[in-house]
Design a binder for this molecule. Structure first.
Ligand SMILES: Cc1ncc(COP(=O)(O)O)c(C=O)c1O
Length: 407
């Protein structure tokens, strides 16, 4: 008789990854199929994942430089200084400087790695309440947040889109953040909100950050789409405001979408205003703690891709390519939004890759219509506008209109 193990619960597949895995079979079954599911920006001509040419050129450079210098060793657990310097400028602008020692910074395995590292650090840093929990108020929308921040977090969230108007539900957000216990963590999506594209206005950000001040909250910005919503300067403004207000500010940065480095896992975790919140001498210890977390997980992060990103981020050509990608996204949204305007007027107000059409997702008959027309969709009705080649946007818009007539 073999020994007994704990029966595994049926965790089921992640819905977005499941849709991605189903895509090849779907594409084979439908000529000219369109994929609206996974959050990847595509090249307008090839339809393959988009990567700026500047990044590709720098990537090749980095490969050659490594080979020529035989720099095949480990990196430090902190990561590539050049990359961290450039990425920190994108995220913080003038508000805090890594070069001047005002930030704790670590290279991570994508934005997800940065969130996981933030999770580990917060567990070490934040005293739990009497029930052993750390209260966390979440801008939900990306299901992986709840998978990353598990025990001991007590998660509260709210309905991010108003069910009637489908625009950002600021009243519900204020209620949720206002109702949070002192010392909570506020996990905020800084721009290009995944799943509905409904970003906050500057005034709405002020309101949320004022509550954060009152609650002495730790603000954790997930900035996976930095630069892709309304440009770096605009997209980082809530982060800058948080730093200026002297809030204890964590930022998770991802190079997946804005540099097309999905498969190479490049990101960063930054922490600002640590000294004023933790006390003198504690910031280097925070750095040590973070480096220890990296040491026992990845140990050392990829070097070449970080070298390439550092080089690309220092070139004007990269920013020109990113602007073009952002303009394509905005144009896709405008075309799609105009087609569905009578029934879904809020679509055009969003920013970034996503829009979410219906509060409760598509019904089965609606899914049948869309899939019958070769449009691969998520049941929750989140559409990735960045995944559409411009020539296919109209077709998707018209198919959605037809689907919405089916109950
Ligand atoms: C809101 C949000 N945060 C974080 C991430 C993680 O990004 P990465 O692919 O760099 O791990 C994503 C990716 O889809 C995301 O949508």
């Amino acid at each position: 008789m073999s020994r007994e193990f704990i029966p595994l619960p049926d965790a089921g597949p992640d819905p977005i990854m499941a849709a991605n895995q189903a895509w090849p079979a779907f594409a084979q079954a439908h000529p000219d199929a369109v994929n609206t599911t996974i959050g990847v920006l595509v090249d307008p001509v090839s339809g393959n994942p988009w990567r700026p040419q500047t990044v590709t050129a720098c990537r090749l450079n980095a490969f050659e430089r490594t080979a020529a210098t035989e720099a095949f060793g480990y990196q430090t657990p902190t990561g590539h200084v050049g990359f961290l310097t450039e990425a920190s400028k994108l995220a913080f602008g003038e508000s805090a400087s890594y070069a001047d020692g005002e930030l704790v910074a670590l290279q991570t395995a994508g934005g997800t790695g940065a969130l996981s590292l933030a999770d580990e650090i917060l567990q070490e840093l934040v005293p739990a309440d009497s029930d052993g929990r750390i209260p966390l108020v979440l801008d939900a929308g990306w299901p992986n947040h709840q998978a990353i921040f598990r025990k001991p977090y007590a998660i509260t969230t709210y309905e991010h889109s108003d069910p009637m108007t489908r625009t950002y539900n600021h009243a519900a957000a204020l209620d949720a953040f206002d109702g949070a216990p002192e010392g909570s963590v506020f996990l905020l999506q800084s721009c290009g909100y995944n799943d509905d594209g409904n970003d906050r206005t500057p005034q709405q950000w002020q309101d949320i950050l004022t509550i954060a001040e009152q609650k002495q909250a730790i603000v954790l910005f997930d900035s996976a789409y930095l630069g892709l919503a309304q440009g770096f300067e605009h997209d980082r403004s809530p982060i800058e405001e948080s730093v200026r207000r002297e809030l204890f500010t964590f930022v998770t940065f991802s190079a997946s979408k804005n540099m097309g480095l999905y498969g190479e896992r490049l990101g960063a975790l930054f922490v600002a205003n640590a000294e004023m919140h933790l006390g003198p001498g504690q910031t280097p210890r925070l750095g040590q703690l973070a480096a220890r977390c990296v040491r026992r997980t990845e140990s050392s992060l990829p070097t070449e891709v970080a070298m390439a990103a550092a080089e690309a981020l220092s070139q004007q050509a990269y920013y020109a390519e990113l602007s073009e990608a952002r303009e394509r996204l905005a144009s896709n949204r405008a075309v799609f939004g105009e087609i569905v305007a009578d029934v879904l007027p809020a679509v055009t107000e969003g920013h970034g890759l996503f829009t979410k059409l219906l509060t409760d997702g598509f019904t089965q008959p609606q899914l049948d219509v869309l899939r019958g027309e070769g449009i691969h969709v998520l049941p929750n009705s989140r559409i990735n506008l960045g995944g559409l080649q411009p020539a296919k946007v109209e077709r998707v818009g018209l198919a959605v209109l037809r689907a919405l007539q089916a109950q």
